[in-house]
Write a protein that binds this ligand. Structure first.
Ligand SMILES: [Ca+2]
Length: 92
């Protein structure tokens, strides 16, 4: 596999590591995933309010679980934010 495909496979693998058999993330799963797998790109979640807000924002269909499609929106947001930062630092 080439680089980008490896990246995509990693996203799927990480999601399933935390989502378990039902293939959805609950609040604690989301917190663990972010704090263990994304802690260089976004701050660790310590505050319950921040977790609740993020969870509500991501849970587009309001079923109190984050499915893969909803999770990918988080990856897209964070990747896009990182791209902006990398772009700015490369310009200077
Ligand atoms: Ca949902």
């Amino acid at each position: 596999m080439v680089k980008l495909e490896n990246g995509m496979a990693s996203i799927i693998k990480v999601f399933h590591k935390y989502s378990g058999q039902n293939c959805t993330l609950r609040k604690a799963d989301l917190k663990a995933l972010i704090n263990h797998e994304m802690n260089h790109f976004i701050k660790k979640i310590k505050d319950k309010k921040i977790l609740n807000q993020l969870f509500t924002d991501l849970d587009q269909n309001g079923d109190l679980e984050i499915d893969f499609k909803e999770f990918v929106a988080l990856i897209a947001m964070v990747t896009s934010a990182c791209h902006d930062i990398f772009n700015q630092t490369h310009k200077h």
